[in-house]
Write a protein that binds this ligand. Sequence first.
Ligand code: VGL
Ligand code: ZN
Length: 196
Amino acid sequence: MKNSALVVVDMLYDFIDGSLACLNSKNAVKEAAGFIDSMTSGQEGNSNEEILDTFPILFVCDHHPADHSSFREYGGTWPPHCIQGTHGGAVHEILQPYMQEELTFFKGCDPAVEQYSGFEAANKAGQSLGEILGLLDAENVYVCGIATEYCVRATCEDLKKAGFKVRLLSNALGYVDEAGHRKALEEMKAEGMIIE
Ligand code: VGL
Ligand code: ZN
């Protein structure tokens, strides 16, 4: 499909079954993979690279140093998570085949700075998510990921501000708290995001 892209936010092992395991995460990963299949089913037999030519999939990854200020031990509120180079910081294996270096964005890399929004993330070449989505000429941006109340929401709000049509895949979300998730969805709907 032309002018569409998918942003996968923090579908990383620590948020799925690790130190910050979130509700519905395993199911959310399966839903995300199913969505990718459904968007690319007309392209059966094609390589993942060809799929990405027509339906770009961008990955946002929490990518903390071991002494990040968001960790309790260093004055923050979270247990240590998504430390650079660890299994906990890796994207779930069923989504890994769709990853490309230039479409993978890292955030939370500076020990002193908390970054929830994918818009603050950069790829290896230093390009931002917004910059690349602009280059891809994406109009509809589908979003899935973890956690609804934090990084997913912050990313969606920045996408909306930047003028993209945000389509939130509500079955492909993991969350810290069920009531918080529902409230965030309601509020995002009111902010103009499309809940799919
Ligand atoms: C997140 C807590 C800490 C998230 C990241 O991805 O929503 N939450 N770091
Ligand atoms: Zn984090």
